[in-house]
Design a protein around this ligand. Structure first.
Ligand code: ATP
Ligand code: MG
Length: 389
């Protein structure tokens, strides 16, 4: 039996004039993401995108799993495709929905007819299909208000579709529809969640990771790759820049007071990140910061890091509690990777008594000991590109 996936647009439906562009972008994303599974063709009608596999050997369970992670989709259903002949439609209902119908107690039929040339009206389809189902499945009774199973019969231009179960989509907006941003990614719990949240708002992602070998190991970088692979299941491919940060950190350690060390390190990170982000044509940076979580994320410390940025910095976790962040990280399957015990460049150089209310003038004064411009351009130039799929 031929199966297709019926996809309902999410927030897109609200976007008036932009809607067509968004829809096209969504189709492009779906096509791109399904390509590794095989070739699909697409039609759009009545704010439903129909993904039709072009060969029989395509794994539709894997396809549905992939679709569940594409932003811009409110809901989707796997459906059987059938010739527009009522006898065949009934047979298809009986076979395709047998598993659902055989163990339920109540059902209803919902018919939609966008092909007005089809000889039966929607109420007729409901009545006759309902009668047929009652005869075939004596366990069932009709309940139009809260049925266990809703048998959907959609008569469209090309063919008829039969389905019973709608699955919630990933929501949000199609990746790329809001532009591109670069996420500062560590091996921690927060930054992968921040990346996921901004991809959900339609941003295409590139990523920047600061590594300080030999203080940080190759395995710490691999951990970042694994985290980004999980995010890429939602965002699509990510270009990751791995920035060598050892020299900068050692110089900060040697030349700056310990109590301002983290703030200066974060200012250096932001400066390097902006150079890379601009090269990537990103319009913003993304971090996993949350107010008050650690000394470097107090309002005062954030003010000090923000001061070196001339592009917007998106901090989607800013008002969230750690347990709220963890809940999302479990859902997107990054949590178990994030808690693996590899060192991060921040943790290696964490001072014992950081200032929680650093002033910008103090940070700027302390930074004068550093060759800031030289360090920043050296780090940006020596960044290494890894493509995460
Ligand atoms: P995370 O769980 O994301 O590591 P955190 O709570 O440990 O966050 P910090 O270590 O203070 O917080 O880092 C704050 C933010 O700075 C991170 O969310 C991330 O965006 C960025 N960041 C920290 N370390 C790195 C790194 N090594 N490379 C790139 N970005 C980093
Ligand atoms: Mg961290």
């Amino acid at each position: 039996m031929k199966e297709v996936i019926l996809i309902k647009n999410g927030e897109l439906a609200l976007k008036g004039l932009n809607r067509r562009n968004f829809e096209e972008m969504l189709v492009k994303n779906i096509r791109h993401r399904l390509t590794p599974l095989g070739k699909f063709s697409f039609t759009i009608a009545q704010s439903t995108i129909v993904a039709v596999p072009e060969s029989e050997d395509i794994d539709m369970t894997a396809a549905s799993e992939t679709v569940s992670k594409i932003f811009g989709i409110a809901a989707f259903s796997r459906a059987a495709a059938c010739e527009k002949d009522f006898a065949k439609i009934l047979k298809c209902v009986e076979e395709y929905l047998e598993d659902e119908l055989i163990c339920a107690k109540t059902f209803k039929v919902l018919a939609k007819r966008s092909d007005k040339k089809f000889p039966m009206t929607s109420p007729e389809i409901c009545r006759q299909a309902g009668g047929f189902i009652l005869k075939k499945f004596p366990n069932l009774a009709v309940d139009v208000h809260s049925p266990e199973v809703t048998v959907n019969i959609e008569i469209r231009d090309d063919e008829a579709y039969i389905h019973a179960r709608q699955i919630k989509g990933a929501g949000g907006m199609p990746v790329g529809s809001s532009g591109k941003a670069s996420v500062l990614i560590s091996g921690g719990i927060d930054s992968p969640v921040a990346a996921y949240m901004m991809a959900k708002r339609g941003l295409e992602l590139s990523a920047i990771h600061f590594a300080s070998p030999p203080y940080t190991s190759e395995r710490a970088e691999e951990k970042v790759h694994s985290l980004l692979r999980k995010v890429a299941a939602y965002s699509g491919n990510i270009r990751l820049w791995v920035v060598p940060f050892t020299r900068t950190q050692e110089m900060i350690k040697d030349l700056c007071p310990e109590d301002i060390f983290t703030v200066i390190m974060r200012r250096m990170m932001m400066r390097v990140s902006q150079i890379i982000a601009k090269k990537e044509k990103s319009g913003a940076l993304i971090t996993g910061e949350s107010v008050g979580q650690v000394a470097s994320q107090t309002m005062h410390a954030i003010a000090c890091t923000q001061a070196v940025c001339d592009m917007p910095v998106f901090r989607p976790l800013i008002g969230m509690d750690k347990d709220e962040v963890i809940e999302i990280s479990r859902r997107i399957d990054t949590f178990n990777i994030s808690v693996l015990p590899y060192e991060d460049c921040c943790t290696v150089f964490t001072p014992k008594h950081p200032k929680t209310r650093p002033s910008l003038s103090y940070a700027e004064e302390c930074e004068k000991a550093l060759p800031v411009d030289g360090l920043v351009s050296e780090a940006a130039q020596n960044a290494r590109l890894v493509i995460i799929r």
